[in-house]
Design a protein around this ligand. Structure first.
Ligand SMILES: [Fe+2]
Length: 325
């Protein structure tokens, strides 16, 4: 059972939706989980949304280095970092040389400031040139191309196993021809996930995709807004994946032992528990896009302790960043 601990400084808005008779599991506290998981613990840092800016604007480079320094001081030492997307900020607006420079700067800062193995997730701000009319749409670096090249990925979705757990990273950013995007779990990735989960449905599994499958933050106007038309309440498909029900169907079909579904994108901390699965939106390294805490959710990252018995302890750790503005 995942327990999300939130330090008081970071806390302003938390949600816990109870379903299937489970307890909320959301705690406010600090340091270690009150109920550490049983069995061997595999420690994962979930860091997301660093939004590194061109020319170190808003001291975003310094902030990223500070976050990595704090990750480096986490004890016991984490086994890996899972990054939730939006490595860089302006890439959709840049031309190719500028976008190359920005992602290369990010990767250099990353390499120079952590020796932990890192697995990356694609975010909407990692699209290159999609909001720049002057760039060549046929260039292999356009859209998702540059990210794949620099991270040497055949696909933005992949699976790996470590510490007795299975990790599945998805890319649920669907770029539209007009430069906008929506959150969608596309069929190719659902099929990949279905096949992967059927291999050994009993293995405890963590999924990660940049755009959340579920969130009440738009309902609360903490991140975006819902819109009411007559009796319908609608959430923008740019904030939440519009077909999370398709993801859920795969979980039902495979009866897989999925315990955690991580997301970034909304820059706020949230945990929703449904039928034994914790959906965690993991705050943001950059907080409010490097302009301070995001409505009270401080710049930070999540420490996840994954036990071989499938239990999870989670804690949000602010890294004490003082914004430039
Ligand atoms: Fe973001």
């Amino acid at each position: 059972m995942a327990k999300l601990q939130i330090s008081r400084r970071a806390f302003i808005s938390r949600t816990a939706i109870l379903a299937g008779g489970l307890t909320a599991g959301v705690r406010i506290g600090h340091v270690r989980a009150a109920d550490p998981p049983n069995g061997v613990v595999f420690r994962v840092i979930f860091a997301t949304d660093s939004h590194l800016m061109v020319n170190n604007q808003l001291r975003s480079e310094d902030g990223l280095v500070a976050a990595l320094s704090m990750i480096g001081s986490v004890k016991p030492k984490p086994d890996l970092i899972l990054f939730g997307g939006d490595l860089t900020h302006e890439s959709p607006h840049l031309d190719f040389p500028a976008a190359e420079q920005l992602i290369d700067r990010f990767l250099k800062l990353w390499k120079d400031n952590t020796d932990l193995p890192t697995f990356f997730t694609f975010g909407n701000h990692d699209l290159v040139g999609t909001q720049n009319a002057s760039v060549n749409r046929g260039d292999p670096r356009f859209g998702k191309g540059l990210y794949r090249m620099r991270l040497a990925l055949d696909h933005n979705f992949y699976a790996f196993r470590k510490g007795g757990w299975r990790f599945i990273v998805l890319d649920n950013v669907l770029s539209e021809p007009d430069g906008s995007y929506i959150g969608e779990f596309v069929e190719e990735q659902l099929a990949f996930m279905r096949a992967e989960l059927r291999l050994d449905p009993q293995t405890p599994t963590l999924l990660c995709g940049h755009i959340p499958a579920v969130s009440v933050l738009p309902n609360l106007s903490v991140c975006g807004d819902t819109k009411t038309t007559g009796t319908n309440i609608q959430s923008p498909a740019s904030l939440l994946a519009h077909n999370a029900s398709d993801l859920h169907k795969v979980l039902e079909e495979t009866k897989a032992n999925v315990k955690v579904i991580l997301a970034g994108h909304l820059h706020h901390l949230e945990q929703i528990r449904i039928d034994g699965i914790s959906y965690i939106n993991g705050g943001a390294i950059c907080g409010n896009w490097w302009k301070g805490a995001h409505k009270g959710c401080a710049e930070g990252f999540v420490v996840l302790d994954l036990s071989t018995d499938g239990s999870v302890a989670a804690e949000y750790r602010p890294y004490g960043w003082k914004a430039a503005v």
